[in-house]
Design a protein around this ligand. Sequence first.
Ligand code: FAD
Length: 545
Amino acid sequence: MSCLLHSLQLKALLLHSFVLFHASSFSWCLSPTNPTLSPHANLTTDFGRIIYNYPNEAFQPQSPQDISQLLKSISSSPNRNNVTVAARGVGHSTYGQAQALNGIVIGMRSLTPYIQIGEAQLVASKNSTFYVDAGGGALWIEVLKETMKHGLTPRSWTDYLYLTVGGTLSNAGISGQAYKYGPQIANVMEVDVVTGKGDIVTCSEMENSDLFYGVLGGLGQFGIITRARIVLEPAPRRVKWARVPYDDFNQFTADEEQLIKLGDVNYLEGFITFKDNSPSNVYYTLEFAIYYNDEGDAQKTLDRVLSQLNFSMSMPNITDVSYFDFLNRVKAEEESLRKKGLWEVPHPWLTLFVPRNQIGRFKDLLLRTTLEANTPIAGPIIIYPTLKDKWNQNMSAVLPQANSEENVFYAVSVLRSSPPSCTPGSPCLESFLNQNQKIIEVATAEPTTNKATATVDATARKTKTPMSHPRAEIIQKTESMRMEVRTEAGDEGGMGAKQYLPYYKDQNGWRLHFGEKWGRFEELKSRFDPLNILAPGQRIFQRKP
Ligand code: FAD
């Protein structure tokens, strides 16, 4: 069947209020006309290539009103009472989060990615700031290119820019700038959302704030983001980009923490690397960037920063690149992996937020688990500290130890690529997933001495919930699950870490993940998506008839 035929069918269908057609034809036709999607992108896979839940239909909206009509028609139609809907950015999730088994997948790239610059007042400071309005399906690279035409740039990024605005804001959006400017969700002034009921709502800290806080980090559960207003600042011209090697983990993390305390660098991350592919032989690299317009000032800052560090191995590697090339640095990795046929392979990724006081134990757990399995990790292991007070805890994103005084926590990403032969169900992929699971179980269990657990437990006890009350059952269930994971984690207990880009098989895992935020999350779901239509691939809520 030719693409022309599809487009004629498309025109006919457009006479109806929205466009529905089958997933296979969607991907076939979309790729040649839209160079920003990979030629192999389609609506049934994701970057993970581990879970394949096929939808029945794909939907290509032209406007938020199309999405609204779709959701309204599903909510009110008795013969569609089991249909679920997943917004799909570019499917860069790794565990089927943007999929909808037998449901409808919305290709968010088909929305106009309108990107417009404006100026407004910030609520907190009352200062005026430039902002960009970007469509939910716009890629961050598109936002960067457009804002740079005006000499402006967003402040907070992801490492890779070929992700959608709506997709990263549904998680958090983190990179080495987050310690200074917070995650991407902390840099949003306003969003337009189509709720699960089909209502189109504009929300901000001042207007419909429950929905605003809910959707930011809300895993697509309450509504589909069709526009986000993002804070901008003047774009620097160039970047001094430094990599500093260490052989001692404690020194490496001490220096990372020193840099975020000083706040002189605009970006800070770090890596664990295996020498000779052996987890028993590792070194660490601290990576930082200084943005600049004036070479002399940048050199002074660089010298000052280096003088604060206690590296003992070889000399730091410093390069000088354009701001655009620095932000777009992962694209080169993608191209190199594509050439080797190692991009479109299974990606059993693992990302955790680990409390500062557990980061040494976590590193040991990661290396021990990898050593025991005798399979070195192919892909980067990223590890850097960031600051809790740069996050807005009203938002849905979950951080470790919500009640602790400690402001620093670590983001750790184990970005493993499988050999192409490790297909779903194969022993090698299962082994990687089991290693991840082992790490998750120990890391996310509460430490035996964790004050946060004690506080949650004490609050639960104080409510004196009658034992017949459903909440009492939840508390009992949660406590017995905690006991189980503590046993797994050994005498020291767990680490109180939280998964980022989380994946749980059922709701019990999610309850533990959200902890004291669970009640609010559930309440927002019942208000904005009462039939549980949205984002079924997250496996948090079951569709209600
Ligand atoms: P999808 O995978 O398509 O969707 C993710 C979830 O959000 C799904 O549940 C979906 O239903 C929902 N969703 C999608 N669009 C919308 C919308 N408009 N409104 C509401 N819900 C929506 N993350 C970081 O934070 N930092 C990084 O540095 C980083 N680097 C990455 C590098 C690579 C190579 C890859 C593959 C991923 C990386 N990620 C990173 C993870 C990325 O943030 C997530 O995959 C995220 O989901 C964005 O991908 P996406 O836009 O394709 O969203």
